[in-house]
Design a binder for this molecule. Structure first.
Ligand code: SAH
Length: 343
């Protein structure tokens, strides 16, 4: 059995401490650490270290590197979609999107998802396990290497529910933010959740100025519970209260994601209720044209324009998510599914 530790999941301070305990000079930690961010796959590539130290490190640690299994580049907008394979043969999806404001990596936080949202492709294959901080970091590393660019923004909007893998996600955020690591500012990071309220309170206490996105998708409890089982545990009232408290503690604007589904949540009544729920909050609504997932039967809405105009008249800021990578099925959940079916 492989008892080696994942060096990518460690803070520099943790690595220094561990090396010191092994009788290795502490200053080596910085030397080793900086190379983890220079596209090195294993310790043999760290040629500024002695051979014996490289061997010793290789006995204790491994460098987490996901393997690229599939890479598709959109001809429309350069969006690049990745399917990575983990050490234990699981699949992870990530997407790189080129926006004017920077290169945005959309990464996964779990292998599969437990949340069971009716419209989402990620739930269909069930849940395998949480991703480690090192595996999340490796998605950023591989995207930078494969696309030959610096990732400037991160959205935790791939497969999985980030707040259901709370400790690993928080550690990943700290690692990716560290000056000796990728040095990506929290203001350039968005975390999306289906609404695990207790964890929203914990996140507020982390004092990370990231953007919290809430997948709301429906303004009425019966409708939301049908689409998103999590609503049976935390209803809309509880969720909105958690959001208001989050805004109060952090001073940060929340983004409410709303996938507009024809004949389901695109009515005047829905718009009016949405206004009632969100009025006066430091927030905006991000409308997502729903992506078709075969079994759900959901279709896009013909009322998008009208829906937006009602919300705006009601004093709610609305943005519409741009569709990226339409020619490569860039929406999440599709690829792991394709492979999972063959496994
Ligand atoms: N579990 C987290 C992170 C996933 S983010 C969350 O629920 O927020 C992925 C985003 O895409 C979420 O807002 C999700 O609700 C949305 N989404 C999932 N399937 C979709 C579909 N078929 N069409 C449009 N948006 C979808």
């Amino acid at each position: 059995m492989d008892n080696r530790k994942d060096i990518r999941s460690l803070f520099l301070s943790e690595l220094s401490g561990q090396l010191e305990a092994l009788g290795i000079q502490k200053y080596r930690a910085g030397q080793i650490y900086s190379q983890l961010y220079k596209g090195i796959d294993d310790f043999s590539g760290m040629t500024n270290l002695s051979l014996s130290l490289r061997q010793k490190l290789g006995e204790i640690y491994y460098i987490e590197n996901l393997t690229v299994r599939e890479k598709s580049v959109s001809k429309i907008d350069g969006t690049t979609k990745f399917l990575f394979e983990t050490r234990d043969g699981e699949y992870v999806e990530s997407v790189m999107m080129r926006y004017e404001h920077g290169n945005t990596a959309c990464i996964s936080t779990q292998i599969g998802c437990k949340m069971g949202c009716s419209f989402c492709a990620s739930s269909r294959l069930g849940f395998a396990r949480n991703l480690t901080p090192g595996e999340m970091l490796s998605q950023i590393d591989m995207i930078s290497r494969e696309c030959n660019l610096r990732v400037s923004n991160i959205v935790l909007m791939g497969i999985g529910e980030p707040l259901d893998n709370y400790d690993n996600v928080i550690k990943f955020l700290k690692l990716v933010n560290a000056p000796e690591g990728f040095n990506i500012g929290y203001r350039h990071i968005s975390l999306s959740t289906c609404g695990l309220c207790e964890k929203i309170y914990s996140l507020a206490e982390e004092k990370m100025p990231l953007t919290l996105s809430i997948s709301l998708h429906a303004p009425f409890d019966d409708m939301r519970s049908e689409m998103m089982p999590i609503n049976r545990r935390y209803d809309i009232k509880t969720l909105i209260k958690a959001c208001k408290d989050y805004i109060e503690v952090t001073g940060r604007r929340i983004s409410f994601e709303y996938a507009l589904i024809g004949g389901v949540n695109d009515t005047k009544e829905c718009a009016a209720e949405l206004i009632r729920l969100l009025k006066g909050m430091l927030c905006h609504v991000n409308l997502i044209p729903v992506n078709k997932v075969k079994e759900s039967g959901y279709v896009g809405s013909a009322n998008q324009k009208e829906f937006i105009s009602v919300l705006e008249k009601g004093g709610i800021n609305v943005t519409v998510r741009r569709k990226m990578g339409a020619d490569i099925e860039a929406a999440c959940g599709q690829l792991r599914r394709k492979y999972g079916g063959q496994k």
